[in-house]
Design a protein around this ligand. Structure first.
Ligand code: FAD
Length: 491
């Protein structure tokens, strides 16, 4: 699992992995240094605990090394390409636009290295020790750690926080070969945009990478088995995104099942799909399979510790992030719920607080935001209208289009809208759903409002800077009461 590069990447210059000769004891053991584990470790140390982290690969986990950060770096670059191509609309003259993907990748690696190196510094500053190795439970208060050099170390702990994350799911007929059939990690490392890319899975990872590759020059087809991309999300938002992606030339096939691969003589493949009873063959140089992720729990020895695991390999926890063994906590992608970095971090901070004796610390997912960094972006928090009805509530909706926002108009980003869902009886904010420019940033105000128990009236009464995109939230909140100024209110 541990490559030479991976072993050297984070540590030596700032925070050396400690020597592994002895049996060690610690108050808090953290397994995995992704956004769940590293934040939990730092917080537990800040709260006065002696903390030891075991990480088998790189500090920062999936998110910083092969997930959130590198994907957003490439998305940023691809968006600049589009902006430059459309600069002529604003009277700005440019020459032909080309992208040196190798150079772009080097820049991206610099971004990642800066952040992961920063974690080593933060560990040092907070007196968090760490070992590079793979941890396996041997008892409910002990793990064995196999280091990169093959040495075994036993660690005894009072409390453990398990944060071992997840990995991409492979599907039959599409074995990852890292050459033609790739996962998100492989796709984010491509040194040139493939001529023809087929993306299997229309979830957020497939769409973000698919749109990026389209903008870097690939022909892209997205194959999704369900009847819409981003299955389960509000169809009103998804419709706007699907239209925008198709306008860029991305082919989207929904209700389509990927059945297998037919290798071609020139090294490319044909992806065989079945849609509406008919078979089709899609030519591809690369096939990105992004159909979901599997928790890294099967080789952890959780049974030796007595921790219960679901048939899907997930570890269920209570609202204190405790597993079936009260001294062992589980956080992040190995627990049920959406696989998101900020969910992992919140769970980690909560586990650390509980361990340090904070009796009030508990998880509450009412205000858990979620963002898709496509262009336009989607971001949501709280309940949709349909979910509110399922809960027996009586929701009222205010909807404000970005086409009516001065800021959106003057920055050429008028696709989309803000939808505010409030409870008719109490006016409490139940959810906010955005598709449009900067949705991932705009959702923060909505999350805070829901977290604070604000009403739609509170959001509408808050003075917003003009001209800014958050004014659209204020207007949508006014819309709940039929009082939007810059759009027509429907009674
Ligand atoms: P991870 O980040 O997976 O870290 C787990 C760590 O545990 C790893 O470093 C692993 O090496 C280590 N480990 C595993 N087993 C052992 C063991 N036995 N011993 C020692 N160490 C072990 N989320 C967002 O919120 N926003 C985004 O924009 C976003 N974009 C994404 C883009 C992509 C392409 C991908 C793949 C994911 C993205 N995610 C995003 C999801 C996000 O990366 C994960 O939800 C997050 O990393 C989960 O954090 P974690 O701490 O649970 O685990």
């Amino acid at each position: 699992m541990i490559s030479g590069d991976a072993r050297l990447k984070n540590g030596p210059s700032v925070s050396e992995p400690i020597s592994m000769a002895d049996t060690r004891t610690t108050e808090v053991l953290v397994i995995g240094a992704g956004p769940g584990g590293y934040e939990a470790a730092i917080r537990a140390a800040q709260l006065g605990k002696k903390v030891l982290v075991i990480e088998r690969e790189n500090l920062g986990g999936v998110c910083l090394n092969v997930g959130c950060i590198p994907s957003k770096a490439l998305i940023h670059a691809a968006k600049r390409v589009v902006e430059i191509r459309h600069a002529a609309d604003l009277g700005i003259t440019t020459g032909p636009v080309s992208v040196d993907v190798k150079k772009l990748q080097a820049w991206k690696r610099g971004v990642v290295d800066g952040l992961t190196g920063g974690i080593a510094q933060l560990f040092k500053a907070n007196k968090v020790d760490w070992i590079q190795g793979t941890a396996t439970f041997t008892a409910k208060d002990a793990v064995s750690v196999r280091g990169a050099d093959g040495k075994e170390t036993n660690v005894r702990f009072q409390n453990a926080i398990v944060a071992t994350g997840s990995r991409p799911i492979e599907i039959p007929g599409f074995k990852f070969d890292r050459r033609t059939v790739i996962d998100s990690t492989g796709a984010l490392d491509l040194e040139e945009a493939p001529k023809k890319l087929v993306v299997i899975g229309g979830g957020f990872i497939g769409l973000e990478i698919g749109q990026t590759m389209r903008r870097l020059g690939s022909e892209v087809t997205v194959v999704e088995a369900m009847d819409q991309i981003l299955p389960g999300q509000d169809p009103d938002l998804v419709r706007v995104l699907a239209r925008a992606l198709q306008k860029e030339g991305i082919r989207i096939l929904t209700g389509a099942k990927a059945k297998g691969l037919e290798p071609q003589k020139d090294g490319s493949v044909q992806v065989v799909i079945e849609a509406k009873g008919a078979e089709e063959r899609l030519p591809a140089d690369k096939v990105l399979v992004s159909v979901g992720r599997r928790p890294n729990t099967e080789s952890l020895g959780l049974d030796k510790a007595g921790v219960k695991v679901t048939p899907k390999g997930l570890v269920e926890t209570n609202d204190k992030a405790q597993t079936s063994v009260a001294t062992i906590y589980a956080i992040g992608d190995i627990t049920p719920g959406p696989a998101l970095a900020h969910k992992a971090s919140k769970e980690g901070l909560t586990a650390a607080a509980v361990i340090a004796g904070d009796k009030g610390a508990a998880l509450d997912y009412r205000a858990l935001p979620w963002a898709v960094f496509t262009d336009p972006e989607i971001a949501t928090v709280g309940l949709t209208e349909a979910q509110a009805r399922e809960k027996g509530l009586d929701p009222v909706v205010g909807r404000f289009p970005f086409a009516a926002s001065g800021r959106a108009k003057s920055t050429q980003a008028t696709d989309g809208f803000v939808k505010v869902v409030a409870d008719k009886k109490t006016d409490l904010l139940l959810g906010v759903h955005i598709i449009g420019p900067e949705a991932s940033n705009l959702i923060a105000e909505a999350a805070l409002a829901i977290e604070m128990g604000a009403t739609a009236h509170d959001l509408a009464l808050t003075i917003h800077t003009h001209p800014t995109l958050p004014e659209a939230l204020m207007e949508a909140a006014e819309g709940v009461h039929g009082r939007m100024i810059h759009a027509v209110n429907r009674s």
